[in-house]
Design a protein around this ligand. Structure first.
Ligand code: SAH
Length: 352
């Protein structure tokens, strides 16, 4: 069967992406400068702040890379209550956070799909904060119910565009199912975000290029990417990142992603700070990113939501992170985005 990937147009783009990913020296400086200029032209100087509340680490899945996988018996499982979450979200506007990202492991039983709908309703009624949900694969009727409750956006990374590699990393799912969830969400009308990890074991530069092009093909509203970081209590704990000897690749991927997706929200994800200690996210903001996602999980739970080791700020509170992120953005000469920072693309699609 001939797919989108086989046509000549795509091959030319893929060659171009691979060429850019191999940039060195002056060409690399030029790539970063160009990515920053495209970000400036399409997304301007605002950096939107979206606080993440990691409301439960209970997970039914066994993704081979993830620290909160079901098989990891070394962590204490927790699920926050609705009131605990509301208390955190009420503080958001004070710290300039216009969106809450509600993230958890994938388990219908912990918080409950029905309760999550009620939580979305409460946040939308009681605060001015926009709601993004990131809790993995669910059936269409559940996504529809959350949308009807007021859910604005959903984050669900496809992790890798290679179906065989996906299957090797996820013993209990498939790339086809994941892509189906992404398509269902956009079809319902939710602003949809996806993305991938950079450098999962056995990833080639060709797969990385296809990851970048798949983001464009999916016509996403937000794209989050970040380096794979081996977690010692997972089956991939001893397998290094595919670009361990060339971590610059993490930024090259981000810059190329921006060139191929000019008007999309791209966060400087936390994993960049774990690899480039406390500077990674600032560099990401200068090489294509326009969104910052500080950790807003209550301090007492942060150490139990370690998807990967070296996660920054686990000893900090939401207010500390809230103030720190504002300073970081201002130090880069950027301004704080006001309001929810909805997708530009989504607004255009709705009007069409
Ligand atoms: N259960 C939700 C949220 C998953 S955690 C879902 O299925 O979408 C959020 C993201 O963390 C994942 O999509 C994955 O890309 C990233 N992640 C998990 N383990 C990681 C690791 N070891 N290194 C880097 N990123 C990781």
């Amino acid at each position: 069967m001939k797919t989108e990937y086989d046509n000549q147009h795509h091959k030319t783009d893929r060659d171009e992406v691979i060429h850019l990913l191999r940039s060195q020296g002056k060409a690399l400086e030029e790539l970063y400068r160009h990515a920053d200029a495209v970000r400036q032209q399409f997304m301007h100087n605002e950096v939107f702040i979206r606080g993440i509340v990691e409301f439960s680490n209970v997970c039914a899945r066994n993704c081979y890379y993830c620290g909160i996988r079901n098989g990891n018996e070394r962590i204490k499982r927790y699920t926050m209550s609705m009131d605990e979450i509301m208390e955190v979200v009420r503080h958001f506007p004070i710290n300039g956070q216009g969106t809450v990202v509600l993230q958890s492991g994938e388990a219908t039983t912990a918080f409950g799909d029905k309760a999550l709908g009620e939580l979305i309703r409460r946040i939308k009624h009681e605060t001015p904060v926009a709601v993004t949900v990131s809790v993995g694969n669910r059936p269409r009727d559940v996504y529809q119910y959350w949308y009807d409750c007021g859910m604005d956006r959903y984050l669900i990374r496809f992790e890798t565009s290679d179906p065989n590699l996906y299957a090797r990393l996820h013993p209990d799912s498939s790339l086809a199912k994941r892509l189906d969830c992404i398509k269902t969400l956009s079809d319902i009308g939710v602003q949809t975000g996806s993305g991938f990890m950079i450098g999962v074991p056995d990833e080639t530069v060709e797969i990385l290029a296809n990851n970048i092009l798949l983001c464009r093909e999916l016509d996403l509203d937000m794209i989050g990417i970040g380096p794979f970081i081996p977690h010692p209590d997972t089956p991939l704990g001893n397998t290094p990142n595919a670009y361990a000897s060339d971590p610059e690749m993490f930024f090259k991927a981000l810059a190329v992603l921006r060139l191929f997706n000019p008007n999309v929200h791209i966060p400087a994800t936390t994993a960049y700070d774990a690899v480039f200690y406390n500077t990674g996210r600032d560099l990401a903001l200068q090489r294509g990113a326009n969104v910052f996602m500080p950790n807003a999980t209550p301090n007492r739970y942060r150490n139990d939501y370690l998807l990967y080791p070296g996660k920054p700020c686990v000893d900090k509170s939401n207010d500390q992170c809230g103030v720190c992120v504002i300073h970081r953005i201002q130090a880069l000469g950027r301004i704080l985005g006001q309001g929810p920072g909805h997708s530009q693309k989504h607004a255009a699609k709705k009007m069409a």
